[in-house]
Design a protein around this ligand. Structure first.
Ligand SMILES: C[S@@+](CC[C@H](N)C(=O)[O-])C[C@H]1O[C@@H](n2cnc3c(N)ncnc32)[C@H](O)[C@@H]1O
Length: 314
C-alpha cells in the first residue's frame, strides 16, 4: 500500500467515520460550487485527513495525466528542450503536483513547495521529505525565486485576485509553468483568462492547446479533460460510491518561454463511436475541426479507435 493510503486509513480510523464523512461532504460541496478549500470552518487536521482520503487521489491522478501530456508535447513540439532541475509547487497541499512532477521529470534535483496550512504541509513533508516546505501564504513569499518548473495545482483559482500571483509565478518560471484547475465551467474560464494573461506576457502554450493562437471555444463551452482513478475502499466508504473508479475532471495549461513547433489536434470530447464511423471533436486552434472518420480510411480509423478524450490526434 502506498504511503498516502496507509496514512489516510490511519487518520480516518482516528477521526471516526461520522466526522470524516461530514468533512468529506463539506469539501465536496465547496469543490462543486467552486469555493476554496473550507479552512477555518473545520478542524485543520480533520480537513487534511478528508482531503487526503478523497481529493488528493484525484488531484494526483490529474497531475500525472497532465505531466504525461507535457512529456508528449515536449517531445514533438520542443525537441532538445532542456530537462528541468528545479521545481516550485505553489499551494502544494499534500504534494500531489510535486509527486507527479518527480515521476515525469527524474532530472529534478531540487523541489520546493509553498503551503500555508500546517496540517497539509506536514503530510507533504512526510510523503516528500526531500522537498523544501515553506509554510506561508503566497503574499509573504513574493517575489518567488526562479525555478525551471513552476506548478500550481488547484490553487490559483482559490485566490480572489489570482492575476498578481500568476504574474509572479510566470516571472519565476525559467522553463515551464503548469496550472491545473477544476474541470468545471468556472475552473475552465479561469484557465482561459490565465491563458490570455500569459499570452500577453509573451508565453507560448505547450499543452493542451496545439498552438498559442486565441482559443476557438465559445463562451458557453468549456475545455476540460478527465483522469480516471481507482477508488480506494476508504474513498467508497466515505463517499458512498458504487463505482470502482471515478473520473476527475480538470482544466489545465502548460506554458513555456521559447517558441514551439505546431502541436497535433487535441481531442476535446469522448469520441462518438457508431458502427463504421467515429466522430471526433478536435481543437486545431485557432479553429475547431470536428471530424468524422469512416472505416474506409483504415489508418485514421484504427488510430481513432485507440484514441481517447484528451489525447492528441495526428
Ligand atoms: C485545493 S488545494 C490543492 C492542493 C494541491 N495543490 C493539490 O493539487 O492537491 C488548494 C491549496 O492552495 C492553498 N492556498 C490557498 N490560498 C493560498 C495562499 N494565499 N497562499 C498559498 N497557498 C494557498 C491551500 O492551503 C490548499 O492547500
Amino acid at each position: 500500500m502506498s504511503d498516502w493510503l496507509t496514512e489516510a486509513e490511519t487518520r480516518a480510523a482516528r477521526h471516526g467515520s461520522e466526522r470524516m464523512r461530514a468533512a468529506v461532504e463539506s469539501l465536496t460541496t465547496a469543490y462543486r460550487s467552486g469555493k476554496p478549500t473550507p479552512q477555518g470552518r473545520l478542524d485543520e487536521d480533520l480537513l487534511a485527513s478528508a482531503y487526503l482520503a478523497v481529493r488528493f487521489p484525484a488531484t494526483l491522478a490529474a497531475n500525472h495525466k497532465a505531466a504525461s501530456h507535457i512529456l508528449d508535447a515536449l517531445a514533438v513540439r520542443a525537441p532538445g528542450f532542456p530537462a528541468p532541475c528545479t521545481l516550485l509547487d505553489l499551494g502544494a497541499g499534500c504534494g500531489a503536483a510535486t509527486l507527479a512532477a518527480l515521476s515525469a521529470f527524474p532530472s529534478l534535483t531540487t523541489t520546493s513547495a509553498i503551503e500555508p496550512l500546517g496540517s497539509f504541509a506536514a503530510l507533504g513533508q512526510q510523503f516528500l521529505p526531500g522537498t523544501i516546505w515553506r509554510r506561508t501564504r503566497f503574499d509573504a513569499a513574493l517575489p518567488f525565486a526562479p525555478h525551471d518548473l513552476v506548478w500550481a495545482s488547484y490553487s490559483l483559482g482559490e485566490l480572489p485576485h489570482w492575476q498578481s500571483i500568476l504574474a509572479a509565478a510566470w516571472q519565476a518560471t525559467t522553463q515551464i509553468l503548469v496550472i491545473l484547475e477544476p474541470g468545471t465551467p468556472h475552473g475552465a474560464s479561469n484557465i482561459q483568462a490565465m491563458r490570455t494573461q500569459l499570452l500577453a506576457a509573451g508565453a507560448h502554450i505547450l499543452a493542451p492547446c496545439p498552438s498559442s493562437t486565441p482559443c476557438p471555444l465559445g463562451q458557453d463551452d468549456w475545455c476540460h479533460f478527465a483522469a480516471r482513478l481507482n477508488r480506494t475502499a476508504l474513498h467508497r466508504r466515505l463517499k458512498d460510491g458504487a463505482l470502482g473508479y471515478e473520473d476527475e475532471k480538470f482544466s489545465w495549461l502548460a506554458a513555456v518561454r521559447t517558441p514551439l513547433l505546431p502541436g497535433a489536434p487535441r481531442i476535446l470530447r469522448h469520441p462518438l463511436i457508431e458502427p463504421g464511423r467515429i466522430s471526433l471533436s478536435l481543437c486545431t486552434a485557432p479553429t475547431l475541426s470536428p471530424r468524422v472518420i469512416t472505416k474506409r480510411d483504415k489508418a485514421a480509423f484504427r488510430l481513432a479507435r485507440k484514441s481517447s478524450w484528451g489525447d492528441n490526434f495526428s
